[in-house]
Each structure stands twice: as structure tokens, then as C-alpha cells.
Design a protein around this ligand. Structure first.
Ligand code: F7E
Length: 294
């Protein structure tokens, strides 16, 4: 495999891409044995909550059993790799307490969240059973200009850019009153890295300890571009989930205490940076400039 040098974010450091698939245990074993990694971050999943109701079996295979396959590859090959599992605030679901901490009981509300609960516990089990340095980051929603286009924040900020430039008239959304704890993905990735630098593995909530509704995101995003969201919004029940998670808010005190981690970008700045990035991206695309979306 030839190294990639051209990604502007990696500078001149070589970066190797290998093919792999969380549904293919033998390929994972081979890959882990060949690369002999020192740190493994499992960020792979079928991660769309609404979609997980349509394809629950696939979601479970990749999101739940996929994590087990990766842990088994590490165990079977005997590599000395530290392991990070991307656990999710969706595990708290119909939240049993407010705000949610590392000791709040789980109440998953979707096939995706159920799969994440399995992946969380299998990570804890491999830590306790085999002494692996395996940690769970329980990340609340983390957003950026690189967010997938079907998640609500990016769907809104892309629509704002397109409506502003006359390419789109309407934005169709589902539940506007749902509340989430939204942080900046770039900072959350730093928290993941910190977890694997600790002497001991552990489980950490990563959040901002602020909760905002989809409606608030909508209002701020449209006003950033000088638009009135009421003129452009249509609701569509297709985007509703059979069981919704109404409100999430995370208490990140443990991460602050033990990792020295704190969120820096707060909700209004996050909305602004995402709207500005999508406006710039659209402008560059229309001018025929190729650009990475951050
Ligand atoms: O929905 C509501 C929707 O799909 C947020 C994933 O990364 O974070 C994410 O999960 C809220 C929900 O993210 C639309 O009903 C309204 O209440 O952006 P989302 P999510 O479901 O919170 C967690 C931490 C993860 O682990 C997940 O992998 O927005 N909503 N209207 C909508 N959501 C979408 N996608 N599209 C709409 O039109």
C-alpha cells in the first residue's frame, strides 16, 4: 500500500489507507496482525439513528458485533494495542437522570442505541476479562462542517447556504422540539486521544453540559444568513422516529478532572462556523474550486 502524502491536514507525514470491513473478521485479524497498531479507534458504525429502524439487523451486525470482531482481532493476534470504542449518548435514550454521567443507567430507544449498548459492555468485558487497555468515550452529539449531510445540523446548514443562494426553497424536517447536547467534533476527537494516553483505561462522558432544541439550531442558522426560517420550513413525519430521544445533556466532570479536557466551542459558535463553512463551500463549488469541507 502506497502512503498518501497529499491530504492537506496531514502535512508531509505519510498516511496509509488499508481496506477493511467490520463484517469481515478474518480480514480484520489479518490487518491488525500486519499493521501491529499501538492504538485502535473504533469509530465505524451504521450511525444513523432513523436509518437503524429500517435496517436493524445490518446496524446490529456492524455497530455491535463489529466492535466485538475488532476486539477479538486484537486479542487473538496478541498485539499490544490500546482500544477506543465510540460509545454514544444515545445509550441513555429515555434518560433516567439529568444530566447524564458515566453512572447513569442506559435506556436505549433505537436499534442503533441497543447496538451501542452491546459494544459498550463488550469493551468493558474485554478490559476486565483480558486486561486490554480498552476505553469507552460516551460522546454526545458532535458536529462540524464534515458532518454527514443527513444529520440534522448539517442538513440545516447546507439548506441555509442553498436557500441563500437561490438553489433551494424549502427545508423538510421532522421533530423540532428534540433537545441535544451539541459540541464541536474537532475537540471531541482530542478527548478520544487523551483517553488512550491514560495509564489506566476508563469510560468518559464527553459533552458540553448544555442542551438546545433543533428549533434553536434552526433559528440561529437561518438568522446567521439573514433568513427567516419560518418562510422555508416544512415538517415531514417521514423524519420522525418510532421512539424518539427527547432530551440529552451530559456532565463531563470526570473528563475535566481526569483528562484535563473541556469543550471550548459553545452552541452559537458551532452553528456559526457550520453555516459559514457551508456558505463558503457552496461558493467555491459554484466557482469550480475544489475544496475540502472544513
Ligand atoms: O438527529 C431530529 C431527530 O440524526 C438529532 C448520531 O451521530 O448523535 C447522532 O444521533 C435530532 C433528533 O442525530 C430531522 O429526530 C428533526 O431528535 O442529527 P440527528 P442523533 O439522532 O441525535 C448521536 C450521539 C449518535 O451517536 C448518532 O450516531 O434531530 N430531527 N428533523 C432530525 N434528524 C435528522 N437526521 N433529520 C431530520 O430531518
Amino acid at each position: 500500500m502506497d502512503p498518501i502524502y497529499s491530504d492537506p491536514h496531514l502535512g508531509q507525514r505519510p498516511f496509509f489507507l488499508h481496506y477493511g470491513d467490520l463484517s469481515d473478521a478474518s480480514a480484520l485479524n489479518q490487518l491488525i496482525g500486519k499493521i501491529q497498531p499501538t492504538e485502535v479507534y473504533n469509530l465505524a458504525a451504521q450511525s444513523h439513528v432513523r436509518v437503524s429502524f429500517d435496517i436493524p439487523e445490518y446496524t446490529t451486525d456492524i455497530t455491535a458485533v463489529g466492535a466485538l470482531r475488532l476486539l477479538e482481532a486484537i486479542r487473538q493476534t496478541g498485539v499490544h494495542a490500546r482500544f477506543y470504542q465510540a460509545s454514544s449518548s444515545e445509550m441513555f435514550g429515555k434518560a433516567r437522570e439529568v444530566p447524564q454521567t458515566e453512572s447513569t443507567p442506559f435506556y436505549p430507544r433505537s436499534p442503533y442505541a441497543c447496538a451501542k449498548v452491546f459494544a459498550y459492555w463488550i469493551t468493558v468485558n474485554y478490559r476486565e476479562a483480558y486486561g486490554l487497555h480498552a476505553s469507552n468515550g460516551i460522546l454526545f452529539n458532535h458536529e462540524s462542517p464534515r458532518r454527514g449531510e443527513t444529520f440534522v445540523t448539517r442538513k440545516i446548514t447546507r439548506a441555509v447556504a442553498r436557500i441563500q443562494s437561490g438553489l433551494q426553497e424549502k427545508l423538510f424536517l421532522g421533530q423540532l422540539e428534540a433537545r441535544r447536547d451539541w459540541g464541536y467534533a474537532k475537540e471531541y476527537v482530542e478527548a478520544m486521544w487523551h483517553m488512550l494516553q491514560q495509564d489506566e483505561p476508563g469510560d468518559y462522558v464527553i459533552a458540553t453540559n448544555e442542551s438546545h432544541s433543533v428549533r434553536e439550531f434552526l433559528e440561529l442558522a437561518f438568522s446567521r444568513a439573514g433568513l427567516d426560517w419560518r418562510k422555508h420550513l416544512e415538517t415531514d413525519s417521514r423524519y420522525n422516529r418510532p421512539t424518539e430521544v427527547d432530551q440529552l445533556i451530559g456532565d463531563y466532570s470526570k473528563a475535566r478532572r481526569q483528562l484535563g479536557w473541556e469543550p471550548k466551542t459553545r452552541f452559537p459558535d458551532l452553528v456559526k462556523l457550520m453555516v459559514d463553512a457551508d456558505i463558503q463551500l457552496l461558493k467555491d463549488q459554484r466557482e469550480g474550486k475544489l475544496r475540502y469541507s472544513d
